[in-house]
Design a protein around this ligand. Structure first.
Ligand code: DAH
Length: 354
């Protein structure tokens, strides 16, 4: 028939195409706005009815043919391209792995993660507070009034204060977060507070900045037995020792009454400390029933509520658990030290996922 619209010719041309872009220009050439087939279709209107019918049918069959062939070819080219891509992307599993450096988790962070994991499973949530604290939160509210000798238990860094505002200090313990939390929420309370603390002290066993974790539980009836159970469970889990030997010794803290310190037994062999059993005792934490005066200072009715608190040093926990003997290593930022004592971030025991 006229106008070069012949199925064989079309099939022949399509068979020579092997790129999607070429296929698209071919399609446009035939069925685009000004395409060959489109113009033929348009010109049908100028024909007589009889011619229109005959040519119309013919053009329609060409159109269907063209569409089917284009579709087939499109599929074919696409498959070809995918296969080609797959071939190129083949992975050579015989290649040696590339060397890359991974960081290590610092033992202090690791210890904090462990502590959070354990207290978290007992229903404690994690709170935090600022490093620069008001004198009220750090001392007064905790029943340590100014000029009280208990202030000398801790060598405080005072923050220079020219404006005549209330005196600010670098917090000497994490206990002020107890105050912040009690002032801002209602019992029942069950929190732990890991964080940085500061004291003007520096030798082999003290650094001016160190870490503590505080615990506070307030409700209607928690007593000393709950406090003991909670801390015993924690230490057994933390050191992974079922028959851990421990003792509670009466002590004094202004913010708890009664107060105690908890010791764990250890042995020392060839300079290496072994926690769990033995004739020597190592102090590990301070604790007690929250002093009713502290509750009142924080607007909590001490006739209705009571509870316990505890505080411990993260560095000490970390040294005992991981066999670290010199505290200064924690803050020297020596990569060799960190490589040795640090933890692999991908190790499932390394992180609590927070
Ligand atoms: N804040 C105390 C300190 O830094 C530790 C402490 C002792 C915290 C007894 C407590 C506690 O919450 O009940 O020495």
């Amino acid at each position: 028939m006229s106008s070069g619209l012949d199925k064989n010719d079309i099939a022949n041309k399509i068979s020579k195409i092997n790129k999607l872009t070429e296929l698209e220009s071919f399609r446009v050439q035939y069925v685009g706005k000004k395409g060959i087939l489109t113009s033929e279709m348009k010109s049908l209107s100028t024909l007589s009815n009889a011619e229109k019918k005959e040519k119309g049918q013919y053009l329609n069959s060409i159109k269907i043919f063209l569409e089917t062939e284009l579709k087939k070819k499109k599929n074919f080219i696409e498959n070809l391209e995918v296969n080609e891509k797959l071939k190129k992307e083949k992975i050579d599993i015989t290649l040696p792995p590339r060397n890359y450096e991974t960081g290590k988790i610092h033992p202090i962070s690791q210890t904090i993660y462990n502590v959070i994991d354990i207290f978290g499973s007992m229903g404690f949530s994690v709170e935090s507070g600022p490093d620069i604290e008001s004198d009220f939160n750090n001392f007064t509210a905790l029943n340590i009034p100014s000029h009280h000798p208990a202030r000398e238990m801790q060598d405080t860094f005072y923050v220079e204060n020219s404006s005549g505002d209330e005196e600010k200090v670098l917090r000497t313990h994490t206990s002020p977060v107890q105050v912040r939390h009690m002032l801002n929420s209602k019992p029942p309370i069950r929190i732990i507070v890991p964080g940085r603390t500061y004291r003007s002290d520096s030798d082999a066993t003290h650094t001016p900045m160190f870490h503590q974790v505080e615990g506070l539980l307030i409700d209607n009836n928690s007593n000393m037995a709950h406090l003991k159970g909670c801390l015993i469970d924690f230490l057994k889990e933390f050191f992974n020792i079922d028959d851990l030997q421990y003792r509670f010794r009466p002590s004094y803290f202004p913010f708890t009454e009664p107060s105690a310190e908890m010791d764990v037994a250890y042995t020392k062999k060839d300079g290496v400390l072994k926690i769990g059993k033995g004739n020597e005792w190592l102090e590990i934490l301070g604790c007690g029933m929250v002093n009713p005066r502290v509750l009142e200072n924080c607007n909590i009715d001490s006739q209705k509520f009571q509870g316990f608190a505890f505080g411990m040093g993260i560095e000490r926990l970390s040294m005992l658990k991981f066999g670290i003997t010199d505290m200064r290593g924690f803050f020297d930022s020596d990569f060799r030290w960190l490589n040795h004592y640090g933890f692999n971030p991908l190790d499932s025991t390394s992180s609590s996922g927070i």
